[in-house]
Design a protein around this ligand. Structure first.
Ligand code: PEP
Ligand code: MN
Length: 346
């Protein structure tokens, strides 16, 4: 719509769209309102509204992922994770163990990563393991330890949900739901997290093209949940030295194609702890909105992903490097708001 379109002009367009059997979606921007229409015959709706008063242009969306493309929503989306904003230009550090193992491990890690400057604690209570004989996570008890860690530190919680039936219970604890790489195209799960009312951290599927990844995000958004954060975590290639191949160019590619925030997980991408810091810094330099880092009090004894987990001292050192680089790049570290709305962490 024109910047100066009146309420009547907007209502006129909405009425015309509805009269043709489509449901319009109002997309307010910083300086003007757009009206999105999803349907299979864009020509007919375009002809019907293009000359209406207040309409500046009618743009057919060319991409298959209609609502997550920048064509639909030119401004970047900011995802609010219980007060921690991802995608607002700040750099959000999410850190914690691969799996929740016990209360002490969770609480000590939460304190350490908070003191070092993370804003969000991670840890899987439900683990999607490649082998059925590997540690599968503590389940509900794990959620309780995450909850306790949040109360003790103020950190927000991101944790994985692996099955649609668990979405409600995990959403009862998590500030953000993680959909893992093995479930990235589990469409029933994507729809369930779309209905959950919680922000979603969507990992890129092991062998997903960027288009498939964005279409997975589209499932969540199409189910009424606009709060999706995309996470590049490495893809499967012929290279065997690293666990996966970090596709860092996906960060600027996705940022140009989509308005959704993009973060990078250098832990799962590389599989080796000595590669985590360089790739985390590269992610910051590439324009990512944050990183997801595995940290464990005693990586040698971790029940999962010890080889790629940083100990507390390594994480502190990485945070110092992130601070220095973000200063040079004019980026702020995301902080945890206190209950009064003041920043607790710098
Ligand atoms: C994880 O974050 O612990 C995890 C299992 O990640 P991914 O789904 O990327 O392998
Ligand atoms: Mn892991």
């Amino acid at each position: 719509m024109n910047v100066n379109a009146t309420d009547e002009e907007v209502a006129g367009v909405l009425r015309h769209v509805r009269e043709r059997g489509f449901e319009p979606i109002e997309l307010p921007g910083a300086d003007r309102l757009a009206i999105g229409v999803l349907g299979s015959n864009p020509g007919s709706i375009r002809d019907a509204i293009v000359d209406l008063p207040g309409v500046v242009e009618a743009i057919p969306v060319s991409k298959p992922y209609k609502q997550v493309t920048r064509e639909w929503h030119p401004e970047s989306t900011v995802v609010d994770v219980s007060g921690v904003c991802i995608g607002d230009g700040s750099f959000t550090v999410m850190a914690g163990p691969c799996a929740v193992e016990n209360r002490e491990q969770m609480l000590s890690t939460a304190r350490a990563v908070r003191d070092a400057g993370a804003a969000i604690i991670r840890g899987g209570a439900f683990k999607p393991r490649t082998s059925p004989y590997s540690f599968q996570g503590l389940g509900l008890a794990g959620l309780d330890f995450l909850s306790e860690a949040r109360t003790a530190t103020g950190l927000r919680v991101v944790t994985e949900v692996v099955t649609p039936g668990d979405v409600e219970v995990v959403a009862g604890t998590a500030d953000m739901l993680q959909v893992g790489t093995r479930n990235a195209q589990n469409f029933a799960l994507l729809e369930a997290v779309g209905d959950s009312g919680r922000p979603v951290l969507l990992k890129r599927g092991l062998s997903n093209t960027i288009e498939e990844w964005l279409l997975a995000a589209e499932y969540v958004v199409a189910h009424g949940n606009p709060d999706v954060v995309l996470c590049e975590r490495g893809i499967r290639t012929f290279e065997a030295y690293t666990r996966n191949t970090l596709d860092l160019s996906a960060v600027p590619v996705v940022k140009s194609l989509s308005h959704l925030p993009v973060v990078v997980d250098p832990s799962h991408a590389t599989g080796h702890r000595h590669l985590v810091a360089p790739m985390a810094l590269a992610a910051l330099a590439a324009g990512a909105d944050g990183v997801l880092i595995e940290v464990h009090p005693d990586p040698e004894r971790a029940l999962s992903d010890g080889a790629q987990s940083l100990n507390f001292a390594m994480f502190e050192e990485l945070m110092a490097q992130i601070r220095r680089l973000s200063l040079a790049l004019d980026r702020q570290l995301a902080t945890v708001p206190s209950p009064a709305g003041e920043a607790v962490q710098g």
